[in-house]
Each structure stands twice: as C-alpha cells, then as structure tokens.
Design a protein around this ligand. Structure first.
Ligand code: TXA
Ligand code: MG
Length: 356
C-alpha cells in the first residue's frame, strides 16, 4: 500500500469484499465481539509481516489465528490434546484463544518462530461472515498501534489504522470490550496466559465437567482430560522474567496505555486518591453507586460510572480514549474485586497504570 491508496471503508454487508482484499494480500480491520482486529491471510507471510509494520509491533510477539469454525483446525494445528480440543469446543465461537502445536503451513512470522500457534473462533457475526468468505485462517492482533488501548468501536479503529491498511469494516461497537482469554493446556494443566471474558470460574466448571465425562467413560487418570487442573494464575511480571518468550510473549511488552497517567486504586482507596489527584485535568472511572457530590468537590472534569463489571469492561478502552481526547492528565480508575470479569479488568488497569 502506498500513500496514494486511501483506506476504503466497507459496510459489514460486504464481507466478501473484505475477504477478497485479504486473499490478495491486503490488510483489513474488522470488528469482533472482543475488540477490532487487524487481519491478514495467515498463510501469506508477506501480508502478515505488514501487520507488524502497521501496528509498530515488535516481531517477537506472535499473532492469534482466527478461524470460521472448528472444521478449519487441521489447517493450522496438529496433535491437539483432548482437553484442549474439548475446551475449544466448549468456548467457541467466543472470546477464547487456545495455544496449540502449530502446523507447518503457518509461517514463522505469525508465531514468532514458536512451535505453537494461538487459535480463536470469534462469535461476532461480521467477523464470522468475513472468515467464512475467506476459507483460509486470518491472523489478527488487536487493531491498535502497539502499546495503546485496543479499539472497541469503528471511530477508534479508524483513528489507529486509517492510511495503514487497505480497508476498515464499519461494524458495530464490540460487545465485550476486552481481548479474549488466552489459555494453554500442557501436561494436563490449564494455564491462563491472559484473563478475559471466559473467566477462571467458567474454566474451572468446564474442567470439572471434563473430569466427570472421563469418569463416566471409565477412563483412567492418565487418559487426558481427567488430569486437567487450573493452575493458579500468572503474575505476568514474574512469568516474563522466569519463563521467557515461550510462555506468553505478549506480556513482555508495554500494553493498553493511555496518554494520561492512570492511577488504579481499590474502592477503599478512592477517596484518598481523589484528595491527592482530583482536579480539573483528572477523570474518574468507577463502579456505581458513585458518591458524585464528593467527586465534584474534588473537581474531576470527567466522570464515568459503570453499572456492572461487564459494562466497565465494554466501556473501558473507549473511556480511556475519551480521557485523552478531553486533555486529561490523570485518570483515577477503580480496581474491581478479583473475581469473574473483575480479573480481566484488574489486569488491563494495572498494565495501563504501568504496574506490570
Ligand atoms: O480478542 C482478541 O484476542 C483480539 C481479537 C482481534 O481477536 N486479538 C488480540 O490479539 O488481542 P493480540 O495480538 O493483541 O494479542 C494476542 C496475545 C499476545 O499477548 C500474544 O503474545 C499471545 O496472544 N500469543 C499469540 N500466540 C501465542 C503463542 N503461540 N504462545 C503464547 N502466547 C501467544
Ligand atoms: Mg493487542
């Protein structure tokens, strides 16, 4: 693509055009239920290397490969553990990514040279329509410039990628708003490499069902899924230092940072943080009910209240963008309790705050 080729905006009804552009080696930004993705044909190494240039992404950080359905799995993966397959079946299509041994057809640039590949089957109708028209796997990281919050609506996607890609699909706002859960199943252990909307609670329930199924089938503990256990979960910083690139490469890089300084605090510490940092260049993100009188006294210019964890997740990146556009210097954000979707929110907020 050259400076003379403007990015075209596609209607979601024209999924086939998006697929044609991808087939020809182009880059297409499209919505998924989690965040907007920046797609290229996963079998085309030249197209995939353009993803890294468009994002300004370090090449050591591998990409997720998106499929239209489970039947495409043999195109990208080999020797999948039964438990990994069962988890993929259970949580697909949806905000769930699993790391599996890669097939030789997937180029090195996609996996950063690892022997594994990350696979996801999105549920968003627009993404599914595009993937179905493609018939080949589509490598797609989040469609943000590297290090910034992921785009969760068309305007943000346009802001990040206009002029850098052949096409952007004008889709709906993303329903979930945080990136997919990433897991690896290895030697009978399920490890969460990135928290997301498929929560640890959901994984634990699925694992218990697998164990029951195995027991009902009369399988021994060695047979595969019966030994699956959910590992206590990654302290990303520690994991980066201790386990290096093979574990969760993306966690080594700066992520999700707005321009403003973000201060992430527990609910009990909100008042103290407001006393210290409140002011006209400060925004507050918190779960309702908010003590708005208190907030206004401290002069916060922007106030975002959320009715639930899902609402907080859906709006988080949009709010961070609004804060930057509104010229905020400081963002005070409440850390929700570490349960359910709260874990993914805490992870993104702590990273946005530069705490790991
Ligand atoms: O929701 C999502 O997952 C979005 C949408 C577009 O599908 N995609 C997304 O991709 O968030 P990205 O590239 O921004 O994040 C992918 C994460 C990175 O942290 C990367 O390091 C990790 O998945 N990853 C990819 N392949 C891996 C592998 N083989 N082993 C371990 N981690 C891997
Ligand atoms: Mg990303």
């Amino acid at each position: 693509m050259t400076a003379r080729d403007p990015t075209i905006i596609l209607d979601p009804a024209h999924a086939w055009r998006a697929a044609d552009i991808l087939r020809a080696g182009g880059l297409v930004v499209f919505p998924t239920e989690t965040v907007y993705g920046l797609g290229a044909n996963a079998f085309d190494p030249r197209a995939c290397s353009r993803i890294f240039a468009a994002k300004g992404r370090p090449t050591g950080n591998p990409l997720i490969v998106h499929l239209a359905g489970l039947d495409q799995l043999p195109l990208v993966a080999q020797r999948i553990e039964p438990a990994a397959r069962l988890l993929l079946e259970r949580f697909s299509p949806g905000p769930f990514t699993i790391i599996v041994p890669r097939s030789q057809r997937i180029p090195d640039v996609v996996t950063a040279g690892l022997c594994s590949v990350a696979v996801r089957i999105p549920s968003s109708p627009v993404a599914r329509a595009i993937l179905t028209h493609c018939g080949f796997p589509v490598a797609a990281p989040s469609a943000n410039r590297s290090g910034r919050p992921s785009p969760t609506d068309f305007d943000s996607a346009l802001e990040h990628m206009d002029g850098r890609v052949e096409a952007i699909v004008r889709g709906p706002d993303c329903e979930i708003g945080l990136e997919s859960t990433v897991v690896r199943v290895e030697s009978g252990r399920v490890r969460v490499l990135r928290e997301g909307a498929v929560t640890r609670e959901m994984l634990r329930e699925a694992i218990a069902d697998l164990a029951r199924l195995d027991a009902a089938a009369g399988n021994s503990a060695e047979s595969g899924s019966a030994t699956v256990e959910l590992c206590s979960g990654p302290e990303y910083g520690a994991l980066d230092a201790a386990e290096g690139p093979a574990e969760a490469p993306g966690t080594r890089y700066r992520h999700y940072r707005p321009e403003a300084a973000l201060i992430a605090v527990e609910r009990a510490d909100l008042a103290v943080a407001l006393d210290r940092y409140g002011g006209c260049a400060t925004a507050l993100l918190a779960l309702r009910p908010l003590q708005s009188g208190e907030v206004q006294h401290r002069g916060c210019s922007l106030l975002f209240g959320f009715d639930s964890l899902d609402h907080y997740a859906r709006e988080l990146y949009r709010c961070l963008r609004a804060c930057d556009q509104g010229g905020c210097e400081t963002i005070i954000a409440e850390l929700p309790p570490a349960a359910g979707m709260g874990r993914a929110l805490r992870d993104r907020l702590l990273r946005a705050a530069g705490r790991y």
